[in-house]
Design a protein around this ligand. Structure first.
Ligand SMILES: Nc1ncnc2c1ncn2[C@@H]1O[C@H](COP(=O)(O)OP(=O)(O)OP(=O)(O)O)[C@@H](O)[C@H]1O
Length: 389
């Protein structure tokens, strides 16, 4: 039986679009071919759209996360969903409602979208108490119901006792929880969060990310989150979108992004790894891949040699694909090492000059310059065309 990659079910940027289209069925939030352009600052500038033909869908109750390097268009996309940026192309729908459509010029005003937002700077009103901040979007409710809803939300974020305090009397993490309670109070159809933890310290960020996920799941809230922090994305998201230069390279689970990156950019952006020259040859018992760290065989997933001219390609070798094994005939010299607690991240140079990375348990504390034995243990082979050197 052909393996998934051999059947070509993923791994091709053109197919991502089709896959996104498939995602659209039964989705609450649907983006179809969305493009956003800013006016050019200089004559002839602004040729490239800030967001370029992005499509994806988010199911009810799901948490989606957009990640990517600075300037890749994450915030622009989030702002377009909120109604704060006009669409240059494509459409955005929420449930049965078309929020924006470049073809018809439809643009529902932000306040009519019933979308909640949380930003990195909390944006609490300093002159209002915590309870008044949370009650801000609840003007239409009778007083008793409003007070009950505020109490519920403050309990939900674990700050029931802070109702009468002023925002400045709270820590950054507490203020961000109040901002979350305020955004959730009117029961938005969708919650948008733009780097809500970026001004907090690392420990607190991790804890708050877990708390936030629990709160969103408990309330069944559908949320779209922007971050540049991979670990935060993995901790929070059911589905993660990797953006690159305005395009969505892949919209998938964390597992798929790591093990089956659709593009070279995603492979490079997620996790530690290198691309090594390789050649695929077809054998009776399946394809075999010649790599600088030895042959890979008995593979769960691997393209056939015909996928590349002469079978010549580049193979992704992640740090956790390389195992330290002194009995291996393949030797590599330790060029750099970074302590990561339970393990070291070694940068190794092979006799051929190729470099690979390896996670090695930290009780194997070898010296820089030392030669150690390594072998590759790879289940899913990820390959890309050779890049001209
Ligand atoms: N108001 C604006 N006017 C002109 N260009 C803009 C505007 N806002 C964003 N851009 C440009 O659009 C592109 C995408 O920006 P955006 O803020 O969406 O990226 P981002 O991925 O959120 O980046 P970061 O992580 O740094 O916030 C960038 O090239 C940016 O310079």
């Amino acid at each position: 039986m052909l393996k998934a990659r051999q059947r070509g079910e993923y791994g091709n940027a053109n197919e991502i679009h089709l896959k996104s289209a498939r995602y659209h069925r039964g989705m609450l939030l649907r983006l179809a071919d969305v493009s956003i352009r800013y006016p050019a600052a200089h004559p002839g500038g602004g040729e490239r759209p800030a967001v370029d033909g992005v499509s994806f869908g988010l199911a009810e109750g799901e948490i989606g996360v957009l990640i990517g390097p600075s300037g890749c268009g994450k915030t622009s996309l989030l702002r377009a969903v909120a109604g704060l940026e006009p669409l240059a192309g494509g459409s955005i729908s929420l449930g049965d409602e078309r929020l924006g459509d470049a073809a018809t010029g439809r643009h529902l005003a932000p306040e009519q979208r019933r979308i909640g937002m949380v930003f990195q700077d909390y944006a609490l009103f300093p002159h209002l108490s915590v309870a008044q901040n949370v009650a801000f979007g609840l003007h239409d409710l009778p007083r008793a119901q409003r007070e009950q809803r505020v109490a519920e939300l403050l309990d939900l974020v674990g700050l029931g006792s802070a109702a009468k305090r002023a925002p400045h009397q709270l820590s950054g993490g507490q203020q961000q929880r109040i901002a979350l309670a305020r955004a959730l109070a009117p029961a938005p159809r969708l919650l948008l969060l733009d780097e809500p933890f970026s001004s907090l310290d690392v420990d607190l960020r991790e804890r708050l990310a877990q708390e936030l996920r629990a709160i969103l799941k408990r309330t069944g809230t559908t949320a779209l989150f922007v971050t540049h922090d991979q670990l935060e994305a993995f901790a929070l998201g059911d589905v993660i979108g990797v953006m690159h230069r305005g395009r969505l390279d892949q919209w998938d689970s964390a597992y798929q992004l790591y093990h089956r990156p659709a593009t070279r950019f995603v492979a490079d952006f997620i996790g530690h790894g290198v691309f090594a020259p390789a050649r695929i040859v077809d054998g009776a018992d399946g394809p075999r891949v010649h790599t600088p760290v030895g042959d890979l065989s008995d593979l769960e997933e691997c393209p056939l040699s015909a996928a590349y001219p002469g079978g010549e390609c580049e193979v992704l070798l992640r740090a956790d694909d390389i195992v330290h094994d002194d009995s291996s005939p393949v030797k590599a010299r330790i060029e750099r090492k970074a302590f990561r607690g339970s393990e070291f991240l070694y940068t190794l140079q092979l006799a051929s000059g190729e470099r690979v990375l390896a996670h090695v348990p930290s009780h194997h504390d070898h010296q820089l310059g030392e030669w150690i034995g390594i072998r590759a243990e790879v289940d899913h082979v990820v390959t890309f065309p050779r890049q001209p050197s």
